[in-house]
Design a protein around this ligand. Sequence first.
Ligand SMILES: Nc1ncnc2c1ncn2[C@@H]1O[C@H](COP(=O)(O)OP(=O)(O)OP(=O)(O)O)[C@@H](O)[C@H]1O
Length: 222
Amino acid sequence: MITFEHVGKRYGGRFEALSNIDFHMTRGEMVFLTGHSGAGKSSLLRLIMLLERPSRGRVLVAGHDLAGLHASQVPFYRRQIGVVFQDHQLLFDRSIYANVALPLEIQGVEPRDIARRVRAALDKVGLLHREKALPIELSGGEQQRVGIARAVVNKPALLLADEPTGNLDPQLSVDIMTLFEDFNRIGTTVVVASHDLALIARLRHRVLRLRDGRLVADQEAA
Ligand SMILES: Nc1ncnc2c1ncn2[C@@H]1O[C@H](COP(=O)(O)OP(=O)(O)OP(=O)(O)O)[C@@H](O)[C@H]1O
């Protein structure tokens, strides 16, 4: 599903934020990406999202060399990817329902289909009963679950999360990770960047460890 071949990323003319990264993830795998602050986790995810281009090497996703994608194809490419951020980036003046519906509205999905899909996504994260609420009325953990519902409403083949539990206490963090495992179990390929080593150790998945932009360990699931 994802292949990095000798990938390097340099911002401006400075040092390499990522250097010589090689790994392959098969479809349906779940992987944790870990490393210290500044190790390059977000940069690696941004290359997959095509928010950045590599300075060297190749990134292949779902069989496509991303360097070969024409600018006009990028929006279609991104639709296969759901993204969850640490601060969830919800729109605070809109209801939970409207936040989750937004990606489908942008794509021009029929309103009837939007309603069905938004409710299915909210149901999966346990928040169907809160669809009319505003984000401010929800706890931090619930807000993050709305962010996850919005990321999966399009049924993406690939789900990326950048420090999704960064602001949550340990029990809520476990709950959020369990949700990612649920989506992985139904076939979604999942990459979660996290520096929470204790949590990662409890969950048995492959771990890619970055240090100063290099991939220093690739441990298979225990
Ligand atoms: N747009 C950018 N322009 C210049 N330098 C950048 C940019 N984005 C990241 N960097 C640098 O690249 C290096 C890797 O950053 P990155 O955000 O990928 O690491 P990270 O492991 O995700 O860290 P954190 O957990 O703190 O977000 C850092 O030194 C950072 O300062």
